[in-house]
Design a protein around this ligand. Structure first.
Ligand code: FES
Length: 164
């Protein structure tokens, strides 16, 4: 790895990625790419720059384009700065039928932001996402590692207050 790119990944991140790489055969380092991107994103305040994606690609001996494709495919990666809490509201079919639009509209009004926007205080980013695999508990929202289900505007208010 070149010195310039290497310095973009902290030694802690490199060690964590190394540990993930060891779970796979030596010629399949790229299998650790999802975890590598998660580690680097978390360390960078919740989003990935092109330079960081390039550094991950080089570290895992992958083509940068392959890393960009992965980042653009999964909604858990961000390529722009985001708020401390990213509100991922599912608007796929089950949630849509359970009135997820009302949930999205409520959040927009309460936080005075649109989809993919962040509150002025940097606290919340609102996003619409595809199925969160919580269809039986629609409408659903994911914030970090936590799922919130059977949402109503009142429940959303309580969640936002808890996160504030
Ligand atoms: S459609 Fe929303 S969780 Fe599946």
């Amino acid at each position: 790895m070149s010195e310039i790119k290497k310095t973009l990944l902290s030694s802690a991140a490199q060690e964590s990625i190394d540990r993930w790489m060891k779970r796979y055969p030596a010629d399949q380092k790229r299998s650790a790419v999802l975890e590598a991107l998660r580690i680097v994103q978390e360390e960078n305040g919740g989003w990935l720059t092109v330079e960081l994606m390039d550094a991950v690609a080089e570290f895992l001996e992958m083509a940068p384009i392959a890393v960009y494709e992965i980042v653009s495919f999964y909604s858990m990666y961000n390529v722009k700065p985001v708020g401390r809490y990213v509100l991922n509201v599912c608007t796929n079919i089950s949630c849509m039928l359970s009135d997820s639009e009302r949930i999205v509209d409520h959040i927009k009004k309460r936080l005075e932001i649109g989809i993919n926007e962040t509150t002025a205080d940097g606290r919340f980013t609102l996003r619409e996402v595809e199925c969160l695999a919580a269809c039986a508990a629609a409408p659903a929202m994911q914030v970090g590692k936590k799922y919130y289900e059977h949402l109503t505007p009142d429940k959303v208010d309580a969640i936002l207050e808890e996160l504030e």
